[in-house]
Write a protein that binds this ligand. Structure first.
Ligand SMILES: *[C@@H]1O[C@H](CO)[C@@H](O)[C@H](O)[C@H]1NC(C)=O
Ligand SMILES: *[C@@H]1O[C@H](CO)[C@@H](O)[C@H](O)[C@H]1NC(C)=O
Ligand SMILES: *[C@@H]1O[C@H](CO)[C@@H](O)[C@H](O)[C@H]1NC(C)=O
Length: 353
């Protein structure tokens, strides 16, 4: 944490000074100078990979390893990664296949409507030097399949930090997910999350293993406080942390507003406090500038890069322990930090938005 922060805050202060001639004294040691410090990670900036695209990022996109190891050089640790997204709820585990993932798409820019994955998916994730969160399926309502996948993850991955049970469950009805057939509300989802956390956690015989929540719709309707209020001690023992997704959207100008960033993050204050009260971390399991892969006129720009820098520091100050920046379909992703053909921030800097 220390090296990362020294670098980023120094850069940030440089930018701030130029703009408004404000100076800050940066304490040389933590817990001095009357600042309140958040319980953040050594490397609070992480990367999220869309589930089906993860093997391709790791095996077919050379910039992945280069960029991740550049982050490691900056912070001293490999950045945390999370594998998940909409396609985690379209994926089923197939213990028989030797392939990482099996799917077909009409166009390479598309995400698959369904896919299967094998145990090699987990052994690939196990090779990563940093911590990994794996997002598994709840939407298809096939808990035995998810338990098999979770067992494969636990047995293969010494670097497994947590398992998600479903992604953005508020969209299950519109996505036609079987688990939401009938009716689906925050309360029904919470009961489902709790039952699944109990069943999967006890099948694995592992406490502190589930990354719960994972909604995108704003709290308090969907969020950690709402979910925690439904959980008893038996369920809570299986929860590792509470996660939410956050895509502020807007324009380059609105993203670059520091007060806009603060306002955006204050939406999560009660949820962060609720998670910390349980002694659990609160994180952004999936985040980036504009939802749905980003916007061509906003996301691959220098202004969005400045937003990223201010946003991650401000999020850490709000006691959000990690922020995982989402990387979607390779070749169709405006907000990705990198892709098959290069580093996106660089393109934004050279050519502008
Ligand atoms: C990597 O690219 C090759 C060639 O395009 C393709 O056959 C293979 O399936 C890709 N691997 C993954 C994991 O996507
Ligand atoms: C705790 O909650 C779960 C489901 O949310 C329920 O199955 C279990 O019986 C409850 N345990 C106790 C001790 O109340
Ligand atoms: C973050 O946590 C610290 C320590 O628990 C607390 O003093 C501080 O008020 C929190 N910050 C915010 C913005 O909630």
């Amino acid at each position: 944490m220390a090296p990362f922060f020294r670098h980023v805050i120094a850069t940030f202060v440089g930018v701030t000074c130029t703009a408004s001639a404000v100076t800050f004294t940066i304490p040389s040691q933590a817990h001095t100078g009357n600042y309140q410090y958040a319980p953040v990670d050594p490397a609070p900036v992480g990367i999220s990979f869309e589930f089906f695209a993860f093997p391709s990022y790791l095996t077919n996109v050379t910039a992945t390893t280069t960029c991740l190891s550049n982050w490691r050089d900056l912070t001293g640790v490999w950045p945390p990664i999370r594998i998940g997204g909409t396609t985690q709820d379209r994926a089923l585990y197939d213990a028989q296949t030797s392939a990482y993932v099996v799917y077909t798409v009409a166009n390479p820019a598309d995400a698959p409507a369904s896919l299967t994955f094998g145990s090699s998916f987990m052994t690939l994730a196990a090779k990563y030097g940093g911590s990994v969160v794996v997002g598994l399926n709840r939407g298809k309502n096939n808990i035995q399949n998810t338990i098999s996948a979770a067992k494969a993850a636990v047995s293969a991955m010494g670097n497994l930090l947590a398992i998600e049970l479903g992604n953005e469950p508020e969209y299950y009805p519109s996505n036609g997910q079987p688990i939401a057939a009938g009716s689906w509300t925050p309360a029904i989802d919470a009961a489902s999350q709790n039952n699944w956390a109990l069943s999967v956690g006890s099948a694995l015989n592992r406490r502190d293993i589930i990354q719960a929540g994972n909604s995108n719709d704003s709290p308090p309707k969907w969020g950690a406080a709402e979910l925690i209020a439904t959980q008893n001690a038996t369920v809570k023992q299986y929860i590792h942390d509470y996660a939410h997704h956050n895509y502020p959207g807007g324009t380059i100008t609105s993203l670059m507003s520091h007060s806009g960033i603060s306002r955006n993050l204050h939406v999560f204050d009660a949820d962060v406090a609720a998670a910390l009260k349980e002694g659990k971390q609160y994180i952004f399991g999936e985040t980036n500038s504009v939802s749905g892969g980003g916007a061509a006129s906003v996301s691959p720009s220098f202004g969005a890069a400045l937003w990223t820098m201010d946003y991650v520091v401000r999020a850490a100050y709000s006691n959000i322990s990690r922020t995982y920046f989402h990387h979607g379909t390779v070749g169709n992703c405006q907000y990705c930090f990198w892709g098959r053909n290069g580093i996106h921030g660089k393109r934004g800097v050279s050519h502008g938005p």
